[in-house]
Design a protein around this ligand. Structure first.
Ligand code: NAD
Length: 504
């Protein structure tokens, strides 16, 4: 079931699209499993439903992905680059349309969706330029050999993505995997499958072989798990929660399949008394309240120097009440609702726990606006770093403000976390800024800024925020196998039973 307005929107582009299913070898294959129902976060009304994918598709998936990958690899690197560039152009041409679909089917505010769609085009442009530059190197080995290194495709990779930025994460993972020459099975969250299906269709329309990107509409614990257990895949790239990440990594390890894990965060945003405090306040709001806090890099722990703590936090609480929360389809809102009921209930639960543990709400405001739509007003908690609200992901528009004494104290608190995804420091002392950036254990760090990421720069986590890197050159390496080739060049080579340079 798809409601009429969404169906006609999708059919503008895919005339045969009448029901949601998995995209396999360019065709929609309907699921046969449990019915999955998706709801509008604005008013909790039913939006669409589809059936979970049937694990019997795995044999077909293996075959079509393998065939498509072979065809993809046979093209020249420049040809692959041109196709990826064409994907970017199609996405740019269809940007308004894709943003509307993302907004309606993924509960993403329309302005955020427009921005994210354009970022996806940028990702394909960036990696289009890399296809013919992913060359190996020659190593000056101390023997008579010519030794060179090749970067080869892995084959078929399995990507699993979450609901919070569906089209963005789809591009973030697909573009480097394809640029490195792989085929992909992509399983977006069961809550947000539609935009990934459309991007995969655009990749095919741009000239990539059918079956190069296959998108699975279904649950993780059923079809996702079966693909890890059975499919002919060479790597799993997972973006999602730490709990699921651990589960996936151990399932993949049982088959010796390597993983990249992009997991959650509890990032520290550190404000020193010498910072430009107006900018720091605006930055702190964007860091946590953008996307209603449903972002892995959110600045969800706000560390403020004790000399300015009270004033800074009071001003932040007042400003946060002015943020316009509302219908994601309206272009005049600042932030939309929480994506789904389960997540809404989690945020409410964490707010209750925080208050039970002794955290207070700055400005004494009312965080929960309505439980018909999943709306939460940006909320500033005052607490300490030991509280669960400071240690566990809330993944909503809730920041916990924590005072610190000096630089050493700030770094100590920032690092007192199981996570290490991101962080920031606000200060006018340039030497301190760099010291703090070097001392905080996080994969991304900002100085007098927050949340800027770009496809050209590596992204990933320390500690329980995961391992491996997405984006930049590092992602191409993640999606490649590395081969060392040894060519004997001596006229009369000597062969040894030992490893290492031959003697004599
Ligand atoms: P989740 O872990 O519940 O689900 C993520 C994906 O895993 C979904 O597609 C789901 O269907 C699938 N899945 C679940 N169980 C599975 C299983 N047993 N086998 C295979 N697949 C399975 O996460 P979520 O609630 O969708 O997303 C929110 C989380 O994602 C947050 O923790 C957030 O921090 C994290 N996230 C991280 C990044 C990053 O780059 N580090 C980016 C965005 C979101």
């Amino acid at each position: 079931m798809i409601n009429n307005s969404i169906q006609s929107l999708i059919q503008n582009f895919l005339p045969d699209f009448t029901e949601i299913g998995s995209l396999i070898n360019g065709e929609i294959v309907l699921g046969t499993g449990e019915e999955i129902q998706l709801y509008r976060a604005h008013d909790a009304s039913l939006l669409l439903s589809f059936r979970d994918a049937d694990p019997s598709i795995i044999a077909t998936l293996d075959q079509v992905a393998h065939q498509a990958q072979q065809q993809w690899q046979q093209q020249t690197a420049a040809q692959r680059g041109r196709i990826l560039f064409q994907v970017a152009q199609l996405i740019r041409q269809q940007a308004e349309y894709l943003a509307q679909v993302e907004c309606l089917t993924s509960n993403k505010p329309i302005n955020d969706a427009k921005g994210e769609v354009l970022r996806v085009a940028e990702m394909f442009e960036y990696y289009a330029g890399w296809t013919d530059k992913l060359h190996g190197e020659v190593i000056p080995v101390p023997t008579s050999h010519l030794n060179y290194v090749r970067y080869e495709p892995i084959g078929t990779v399995f990507q699993i993505t979450p609901w919070n930025a569906p089209i963005f994460t789809c591009g973030w993972q697909l573009a480097p995997a394809l640029a490195a020459g792989n085929a992909v099975i992509l399983k977006p969250s069961e809550l947000t499958p539609v935009s990934s299906i459309l991007v995969a269709k655009m990749i095919e329309l741009a000239g990539a072989p059918k079956g190069l990107v296959n998108v699975i509409a279904g649950y993780g614990h059923t079809i996702g798990q079966e693909i890890i257990a059975q499919a002919d895949i060479g790597k799993v790239c997972f973006v999602g929660s730490p709990q699921t990440g651990r589960h996936i990594a151990s399932a993949a390890a049982a088959r010796c399949i390597p993983c990249v894990l992009e997991l959650g965060g509890k990032s520290a945003n550190i404000i020193f008394e010498d910072a430009n405090l107006d900018q720091a306040r605006q930055g702190a709001m964007a860091a946590i309240f953008g996307g209603a806090g449903q972002s892995c890099v959110s600045g969800s722990r706000l560390l403020v120097q004790d000399s300015i703590f009270e004033t800074f936090v009071a001003q932040l609480a007042t400003a946060s009440q002015k943020i316009k929360v509302g219908n994601p389809e309206s272009p005049s809102i600042d932030i939309g609702p929480i994506n789904n009921r389960k997540q809404f209930e989690h945020v409410c639960h964490m707010l209750n726990i925080a208050q039970e543990e002794g955290a207070t709400i700055a400005g004494n405001t009312q965080p929960i606006l309505s439980d018909e739509g999943f709306y939460i007003q940006p909320t500033v908690l005052v607490g300490n770093n030991e509280m669960r609200c400071a240690q566990e992901e809330i993944f909503g528009p809730v920041v916990v403000a924590i005072p610190f004494k000096d630089e050493e104290d700030a770094v100590r608190i920032a690092n007192q976390s199981n996570f290490g995804l991101a962080g920031a420091v606000w200060t006018n002392d340039v030497a301190r800024a760099h010291r703090v950036a070097a001392s905080v254990k996080a994969g991304t760090f900002w100085i007098n800024s927050y949340k800027t990421i770009h496809v050209s720069s590596p992204f990933g986590g320390y500690k329980q925020s995961g391992y491996g890197r997405s984006s930049g050159l590092d992602a191409l390496r993640e999606y490649s196998e590395v081969k060392s080739v040894w060519v004997e060049t001596a006229n009369q080579p000597t062969f040894s039973f030992k490893y290492g340079p031959s003697e004599g």
